[in-house]
Design a protein around this ligand. Structure first.
Ligand SMILES: Cc1cc2nc3c(=O)[nH]c(=O)nc-3n(C[C@H](O)[C@H](O)[C@H](O)COP(=O)(O)OP(=O)(O)OC[C@H]3O[C@@H](n4cnc5c(N)ncnc54)[C@H](O)[C@@H]3O)c2cc1C
Length: 402
């Protein structure tokens, strides 16, 4: 393992580009692994003192799994996952609006849930050949000729050929180049509460209940745990605050398994609460030698469970293009070209699903539910396949070991 002091020396010994990654979240760690696989030298700086084991559950759908396979990360991640044989979206009475079952395509057979902390830990353990600086942040990034000099909060300066901002929605890297207002962050006018409890109901598949202006999701995790999330339209001034007691009241009347979930829910349970925000538009690079990936590039609402999946796709794509041996600037520009349409489409679709799911007028909800029930199953499958298939195909095309 190299010492931090060695890293401030110019790094021309290696013919392959040296990459500095800012942020050790899901996207940053996936990129780290991809670049290590292809023999690059990688330095990662993370502002937290250690890998964040925070968070609740997360779903990994087919496209994410294919990209993790190509990054040789799936073997480390898979033991912590639970396979979900189906996902049922229903109305507040428990009547199915749409249901995704494993048949008939591979795309539906590969859906898994995992605790976010376990995912991050498995990714980190797979990146031991990279140099990590924890409790460290960039303070200045200077692009000079063919090199980028990044001054860190620990007073060191790192010279690299490429800097990648994988530092989340409030990305320092992005705002350092674009200013704090570009492209800007916007609220989806919804708030989300998440938690992990015991799976008393022994659920083996995912459920989402759609009631006017609120949704409840229940997703089993490995080890008899249950990940739940509640999304509500932002409370108007003077409205009741979101506490577990208030939630129990508001969601009362839902059918099982939601009803028994609330019956078991203790009011002192540990809950994470966030307003759901997104970037106003995706932004994949800020300089020919500075790329953005994951939430730093295209933070989206979580309505499709695709935010991390898109970050994983970005990581594979950028690692592949850097590995192709083209100049770094060319790799960054190809990365932008390759990902632009895809991330914009998923980001926009996620937003639309959120708006549909959070309708508040009971009449509109009724009309929406009727339309969803009438939709032929083949059409619903086609919709999900069109979301997942492009990522899976990209992953199959971008082999890092060929
Ligand atoms: C309620 C909810 C549910 C979700 N469910 C799903 C799901 O089921 N499936 C899915 O695919 N996605 C889901 N997502 C989206 C997913 O969580 C995110 O898209 C994903 O975590 C983004 O990962 P990231 O690595 O790009 O960014 P982040 O997770 O934000 O990581 C950024 C990292 O950079 C570090 N950092 C920040 N600033 C600095 C700095 N200045 N210097 C150094 N380090 C810095 C942070 O500490 C962090 O470690 C969900 C999101 C939410 C809110």
């Amino acid at each position: 393992m190299k010492t931090p002091e060695q890293l401030s020396l110019p790094v021309n010994q290696s013919p392959k580009p040296h990459v500095l990654i800012v942020g050790a979240g899901i996207s940053g760690l996936c990129l780290t692994k991809g670049l290590l696989l292809t023999g690059h030298r990688v330095t990662v700086i993370e502002k937290s003192p250690q890998i964040k084991a925070l968070g609740a559950g997360i779903m990994l759908q087919y496209n994410a799994v294919c990209a993790l396979e190509q990054l040789e990360l799936w073997t480390a991640v898979h033991p912590h996952t639970l396979h979900l044989p189906g996902f049922l979206v229903c109305d507040s009475q428990g009547k199915a609006l749409s249901s995704y079952l494993p048949e008939p395509t591979e795309a539906f057979a590969k859906t898994y849930s995992i605790h976010r902390g376990h995912l991050l830990e498995a990714l980190y353990q797979s990146c031991s050949d990279a140099q990590f600086f924890f409790a460290c942040q960039p303070q200045e990034i200077l692009c000079e000729g063919e090199k980028v000099h990044t001054r860190l909060s620990n007073r060191q300066t790192i010279e690299s050929d490429l800097v990648v901002g994988a530092d989340g929605i409030h990305s320092f890297v992005r705002s350092h180049f674009m200013g704090p207002r570009e492209p800007g962050i916007r609220s989806s006018q919804t708030i989300c509460m998440r938690m992990v409890t015991e799976n008393h109901q022994k659920l083996d598949r995912g459920f989402e209940f759609w009631a006017p202006a609120q949704r409840l999701g229940l997703v089993p995790l490995q080890g008899e745990k249950l990940y739940s999330y509640w999304v509500e339209n932002l409370p108007q001034e003077g409205e009741q605050e979101m506490t577990i007691l208030a939630l129990k009241e508001r969601f009362s009347g839902l059918s099982d398994p939601a009803e028994s979930f609330f019956a078991h829910l203790e009011s002192e349970a540990q809950v994470l609460q966030h307003e759901l925000i997104e970037l106003r538009r995706p932004q994949l690079s800020v300089h020919p030698r500075v790329a953005l990936i994951g939430d730093a590039a295209h933070a989206m609402t979580p309505n499709l469970g695709q935010g991390a999946a898109q970050g994983i796709e970005d990581a594979l794509c950028l690692a592949y293009l850097v590995h192709q041996g083209s100049e770094v600037q060319e790799a960054v520009s190809n990365y932008q070209r390759e990902r632009k349409r895809r991330v914009k489409q998923v980001w926009a679709q996620s937003r639309k699903v959120g708006q549909l799911g959070q309708l508040s007028s009971p009449w509109l909800c009724k009309a929406r539910n009727q339309m969803m029930r009438m939709m032929p199953e083949s059409l619903a499958y086609r919709g999900v396949a069109s979301l997942l298939q492009p990522g899976a195909e990209m992953a199959k095309r971008m082999s890092l070991v060929a």
